[in-house]
Design a protein around this ligand. Structure first.
Ligand code: MLT
Length: 335
């Protein structure tokens, strides 16, 4: 994080402005799993700019997109240790390390992105108290990319029955796995970095991620149909290592908190606007938008019935209920 470590990083990567690098007092590497066309990256760039502005150039953020520093799960471990300073990752990929973050993933908890934004903002501080203890990380802001939708290659999925026989990749976390099991199939948990080649080689038939991801990851080249299963939002905390955070002066901490929140607001808006454009482009590129499943209530019923069975894996019943109350109140008062 500090200048010495940074010098090695710049020499190795040779992709950053050395002028800025030498001037900065602190350097934070920021890893994420998406490529530069994705709203995650645009939010990362906004964070970089705001940190520079609010710290008068004392802190430089170096962005490493597309899993350059490792898979989302691997980098989260490094952030815990403080050997990588910051990361933006899908909540589902943080949950194995930080179970309490899973409250954002209860299926069908939200019907709009705006509800999710209100819930995420209200949860951030109570959740931080837990994440610092569970995983040695703290959230600076919550990114969001819209609802996860199902893409498939072999056939369109219009009903639960259509899912049968399909090999669907999910992010390796209990909530996604059990939800697909309740829908009648054994999903395939797999690291995000392996998904495109697995789709291409037909090791899997489908996956679920937001519309914008199908554009930035070029899933339209290997997938044909999209079903709007709308069961879970892509929420992605921008996390910082607590070890790193506690070594920073208070004014820098304050600047990072402000930059994190504002970058998240910006990124959510970008993702929201890009989602409609993504749908149009995916059709132009030959994909068929199936819409919501015809028997959507069956999907919802099966998934909602699982909520109590998730509580132990997301920090316990007491926290799950407390978090639900915080989220519901936030939604009612603004979402
Ligand atoms: C996943 O499916 O693993 C994530 O949603 C990928 C991402 O972080 O965009």
């Amino acid at each position: 994080m500090f200048k010495k470590a940074m010098i090695g990083a710049v020499a190795a990567a040779a992709i950053f402005s050395t002028t800025a690098a030498w001037a900065a007092e602190y350097t934070l590497r920021l890893s994420h799993g998406d490529n530069e066309a994705n709203p995650t990256h645009k939010g990362a760039v906004k964070f970089q700019e705001l940190v520079n502005e609010y710290t008068n150039g004392r802190v430089q953020v170096q962005i490493y997109p597309a899993n350059q520093l490792g898979s989302e799960e691997e980098v989260a471990q490094s952030v815990r240790m403080g050997s990588i300073e910051t990361e933006i990752l899908y909540t589902g990929n943080l949950v194995p390390l930080a179970p309490s973050a899973g409250v954002m993933m209860l299926p069908y908890a939200f019907t709009t992105s705006q509800q999710a934004w209100a819930a995420m903002d209200a949860l951030q501080e109570p959740l931080n108290e837990r994440l610092v203890k569970e995983a040695g990380v703290r959230v600076l802001g919550y990114f969001e990319k819209g609802f996860r939708v199902l893409t498939t290659s072999r056939k369109p999925v219009e009903t639960l029955e259509d899912l049968k026989g399909l090999k669907i990749r999910v992010s390796p976390n209990k909530i996604a796995i059990d939800t697909f099991k309740a829908w009648g199939i054994d999903p395939i948990p797999m690291a995000w970095s392996e998904v495109f080649p697995a789709l291409q080689q037909r090791v899997i038939d489908g996956q679920e991620n937001p519309y914008t991801t199908s554009i930035s990851s070029k899933f339209y080249e290997v997938q044909n149909y999209i079903t709007e299963i709308h069961y879970m939002i892509w929420s992605g905390p921008l996390i910082i290592s607590e070890r790193v955070y506690q070594r920073l002066p208070a004014d820098i901490q304050e600047a990072l908190n402000r930059a994190g929140r504002e970058a998240a607001d910006y990124q959510r808006q970008v993702a929201y606007e890009e989602t409609e454009a993504a749908k149009k482009e995916l059709v132009e590129r030959g994909m068929t938008l199936v819409g919501p499943p015809k028997d959507e209530e069956k999907w919802q019923e099966a998934a909602r019935a699982l909520w109590p069975s998730f509580y132990d894996s997301i920090g316990g019943r007491e926290w799950a209920e407390q978090a639900q109350k915080i989220m519901e109140e936030a939604i009612q008062s603004g979402g």
